[in-house]
Ligand binder design. Structure first.
Ligand code: NAD
Length: 467
């Protein structure tokens, strides 16, 4: 009987992609663009299937799917198609004096066969976005979508099966077991999006084969709210950035540091915005079609525990707090009176709880942020340019946004990623292309030219003169 275990299927596909990756070193921009166009066309003609699949997983509103899952990927494809020829062009560099007579350039060769491991929170975007960069760079890819969003995962497998030969792109669905088996293989590059805890496991496994890694991780992204702000403008942007996708966004503002002088007015304005966006007719947010659900019961219980722990230790609910277990509903929740020892301030919330901490002067807020692991995103709201500059120059984070939330994810020219605990390496646009490319140094010497010969022994005047 034929052995069809996932291990043997993975091994077979891995070998086929390894061989194909060698051929792809010579792939042209038009050949790569052709693959990207096929991907873009499929997405365009199957938008409804994509919407239905993701909605089935956690009731994500169609409008959010269109913007954060479909548009993000199709615009990434368009941008890569437009720029690929330029990105692939070897970059000429001039020769330093001791190497005069040589010509040199940086060649962007594909790293080879890549592994993409994706999380569940933006299940389509975070599996297919990196695929766009891999294809643009001329790599093959195996994708392992998250087991927590089975409908999206099945759709990704179907899509890839309908567009690509398995020696170019293949999908292996499954849980940790599949992921761990894939990680035993000597991939040329591993692009992982997920939690810092699993990121460490990925990096350890990659070290066994010295596979290069891009780690797109998470953590607690703060928003610092200065005294001098436009209240309605700031609170509306924060409510959207926090509660889009039911708070399950890696770059959602995890908690707010609010100047003590405005804290009461600020909380009232947040509540007003929540009503306006999710419950304008007072029917209960559970009836809003614009609010997603928690992905599963395990995460619902985790979030409920965070709230219970905070309340037991003295926090107060300013808004929300209700959970409806059937259907994994958790109300957008704002809590005040939060202290650092509470679990909600220790771990990434990744759900619809917004803790508010007050501060008395900007430097103490900056100090608090600097006492924590470097965040994936840092938000600052102020009308005062000097205050914004002070926050950005005194803190370290993967990305920083002034007077808005989340938008830097949509900017193709900005590198997207974290730093240390929030990630290693960058994604999107040209940065994504570079993540899957080896920047090969090529130096061409002409035969008969002797600049290097002056460095040969027996060492004389010329070698000494170089220094
Ligand atoms: P996760 O780390 O639990 O899982 C991510 C992927 O890794 C899944 O495909 C899963 O099957 C696999 N995996 C889980 N445990 C594994 C193990 N022990 N060995 C090998 N593979 C394993 O993350 P998640 O819960 O899916 O996503 C939430 C996390 O991802 C949050 O921390 C969030 O901030 C982060 N995130 C980061 C970004 C970013 O772009 N930086 C984007 C989205 C989510």
């Amino acid at each position: 009987m034929e052995d069809v275990s996932f291990e043997s299927e993975i091994s077979k596909t891995f070998s086929a992609q390894k061989s194909n990756a060698i051929l792809l070193r010579e792939s042209t921009s038009s050949q790569r663009i052709q693959q990207l166009e096929k991907l873009g066309d499929w997405i365009k003609s199957h938008q409804e299937d994509i919407r239905k699949a993701i909605h089935a997983d956690f009731k994500k509103p169609y409008a959010e799917i269109d913007i954060s899952e479909i548009f993000t990927v199709t615009s990434e494809i368009k941008y890569a198609i437009k720029n690929l020829k330029d990105w692939m062009k070897p970059k000429k560099v001039s020769a330093p004096i001791p190497l005069l007579g040589t010509s040199s350039y940086v060649q962007f060769e594909p790293k080879g066969n890549a592994l993409i491991i994706a999380p569940w929170n933006y299940p389509f975007n975070l599996a297919i976005g990196p695929l766009v960069s891999a294809l643009a760079a001329g790599c093959t890819a195996i994708i392992k979508p998250s087991e927590m969003t089975p409908h999206a995962s099945a759709l990704i497998r179907r899509m890839v099966g309908e567009i690509f030969e398995p020696e170019l792109v293949a999908v292996f669905e499954g849980d940790v077991e599949v992921s761990q088996y894939l990680l035993t293989k000597p991939f040329d590059h591993i692009f992982f999006t997920g939690s810092p805890a699993v990121g460490k496991i990925i990096m350890k496994a990659a070290a066994e084969n010295l596979s290069s890694v891009t780690l797109e991780l998470g953590g607690k992204s703060p928003a610092i709210i200065d005294r001098d702000i436009d209240l309605q403008d700031a609170t509306s942007k924060i409510i959207w950035g926090k509660f889009v996708n039911c708070g399950q966004t890696c770059i959602a503002p995890d908690y707010l540091l609010v100047h003590e002088d405005i804290i009461e007015a600020f909380v009232e304005a947040l509540k007003a915005e929540l009503h306006k966006m999710y419950d304008p007719k007072n029917k209960g947010i559970e009836n809003s079609k614009d609010y997603a659900r928690i992905v599963n019961e395990k995460h619902l219980n985790r979030i409920n525990f965070l709230l219970a722990d905070a309340l037991t230790n003295g926090a107060h609910i300013a808004f929300g707090g209700r959970m409806i277990a059937s259907g994994n509903f958790f109300e957008p929740t704002i809590i005040t009176g939060v202290t650092d020892s509470m679990e909600v301030m220790q771990e990434e919330i990744f759900g619809p709880i917004l803790p508010i901490v007050s501060y008395s002067d900007l430097d103490s807020a900056i100090k608090y942020v600097n006492s924590k692991p470097k965040p994936l995103a840092l938000y600052a709201f102020s009308n005062n340019q000097e205050a914004l500059d002070r926050v950005f120059s005194k803190t370290s984070s993967g990305g920083a946004v002034a007077n808005d939330c989340v938008l830097h994810f949509l900017h193709h020219e900005l590198p997207f990623g974290g730093i240390n605990n929030s990630g290693i390496g960058k994604a999107h646009g040209h940065h994504g292309f570079l993540a899957f490319s080896n920047e090969k140094a090529v130096l061409k010497q002409r035969t008969g030219i002797t600049s290097s010969k002056s460095l040969f022994p027996p060492y004389g005047f010329a070698a000494k003169k170089i220094i």
